[in-house]
Design a protein around this ligand. Structure first.
Ligand code: PLP
Length: 420
């Protein structure tokens, strides 16, 4: 029979039996959690998840509607459902099985994993590479291994949550510099001169604004003050720079950025996985000590197969990456001409700035009615008063898709008085 919760508040149970006490504890926890959830709803920051019933791509089926234009995936190069990428996943599944049932160092390393690590090191032109289950894990596992209490880490205040968490786990002195502010970074570098090692940590591209870190200036300062440079390239790998190598290529500092973390879950096929590339001794030490690597299962072979094919496609040609740039500029220019404010400059993350959280949410609902799937972002994901709809362009979008999206924005923007 199902246990029944005590009909009175848990705190007034005086001498409960062991089982009654545990039910009361659950009831109390339930009340606390419901209170938290009510608070999120009341603040208007509830994140509802829409159910997609097709594969990822420029057109998806969502919430019962067919062929909705999708402008909110990180599928920058359209490789998530690329036939060759999918086939490589199927082949790996058949040859290598569904998974390893093991961490890497016990019996979870296949030639497939080593091959992908070698290809990623080649792609980024770094000495070596280590795979993780996600870039969140790569960020969680790096700093604790590299930096000790005698070292200092200098981190942009708007770095991704996984970087913030990773830094929390390490015992280095922590200095947070103002977003993309080189003079504040310089002050913090001066402040940290007595530390054994210094590491400057920044997103290559910041995902909420699509703004690119001033890497040239960061690298110059790092050189001047004897620091290493780390970048998180989740929103750059595969498509920024002449050959899609990332922000460091775009800004001409590939030889001055020492460590790169990135994801396989966005442009590189979109399945899952993350990695660190950098100096060999660092990668060797991560294999020995990095906790998310040591204590978590190996990446499944089909995932590795898909990512490997994505990297091979990019190593062979930069055509896909280049086609995305033209589409990004088509969207940005047409939207600006229509009277919208688009943050950032040339990145496929195109935040349509609206200010008000409710407006962003209402407009994205209206866009869906017009067949375009976009998402409104508001506090606490972005600062208060800076709500926006974040549009993401993919190489897989056609010019007609972009024009349809702009038309839908014009229609909803007029309806809500955002443009005239
Ligand atoms: N870093 C940045 C800048 C990201 O945007 C993300 C994903 O949202 C991550 C790290 C985490 O990547 P993954 O999805 O591979 O865990």
């Amino acid at each position: 029979t199902q246990p029944r919760l005590a009909p009175w508040p848990a705190r007034v149970v005086l001498r409960p039996s062991a089982s009654t006490r545990s039910y009361a504890a659950v009831a109390e926890a339930r009340a606390v959690l419901e209170g938290e959830l009510d608070g999120i709803r009341a603040a208007g920051t509830w994140k509802a998840e829409r159910i997609i019933t097709s594969k990822q791509g420029p057109q998806i089926n969502v919430d019962g509607s067919q062929r909705i234009l999708n402008f909110c995936a990180n599928n920058y190069l359209g490789l998530s459902s690329h036939p060759e990428v999918v086939q490589a996943g199927i082949d790996a599944l058949k040859t290598y099985g569904a998974g390893l049932s093991s961490v890497r160092f016990i019996c979870g390393t296949q030639d497939l994993h080593k091959n992908l690590e070698q290809k990623l090191a080649e792609f980024h032109e770094r000495e070596d590479c280590i795979l993780y289950a996600s870039c969140f894990d790569a960020n969680a596992g790096l700093f604790e291994v590299l930096l000790g209490p005698d070292d200092a880490v200098l981190s942009d205040e708007l770095n991704h949550a996984s970087i913030i968490d990773g830094i929390r786990l390490c015992r280095a002195k922590r200095l947070r510099y103002k977003h993309m502010d080189l003079s504040d970074l310089e002050n913090k570098l001066k402040e940290s001169q007595s530390s054994r090692m210094r590491l400057v940590v920044t997103d290559g591209v910041f995902s909420m604004d699509g703004d690119v870190a001033p890497l040239k200036g960061i690298c110059d300062l790092a050189e001047q003050y004897g620091a290493m440079v780390f970048i998180d390239e989740c929103h750059a790998t595969g498509f920024l720079g002449a050959r899609g190598r990332g922000t460091d290529e775009l800004l001409g500092v590939m030889d001055k950025v020492h460590i790169v973390n990135s994801t396989l879950g966005k442009a590189l096929g979109g399945a899952a996985g993350g990695y660190t590339v950098g100096p060999k001794p660092l990668i060797d030490l991560l294999r020995q000590r990095s906790r998310p690597y040591l204590f978590s299962n190996s990446l499944p072979p089909p995932v590795v197969g898909c990512a490997t094919k994505a990297v091979e496609l990019l190593l062979a040609s930069n055509e896909i990456a280049q086609s995305m740039t033209a589409k990004t500029m088509r969207f940005r220019n047409n939207m600006t001409q229509a009277g919208f404010t688009i943050a950032g400059s040339a990145h496929p993350i195109c935040p349509v700035m609206l200010g008000d959280a409710r407006l962003a949410s209402l407009m994205s609902d209206d866009m869906l009615k017009l067949g375009v799937y976009v998402i409104g972002f508001s506090y606490p994901v972005v600062p208060k008063g800076k709500a926006r709809i974040r549009v993401q362009i993919s190489a897989a979008h056609t010019d007609e898709d972009i024009d349809h999206c702009v038309d839908a924005f014009i229609q909803t923007g007029r309806k809500h008085g955002v443009i005239s």
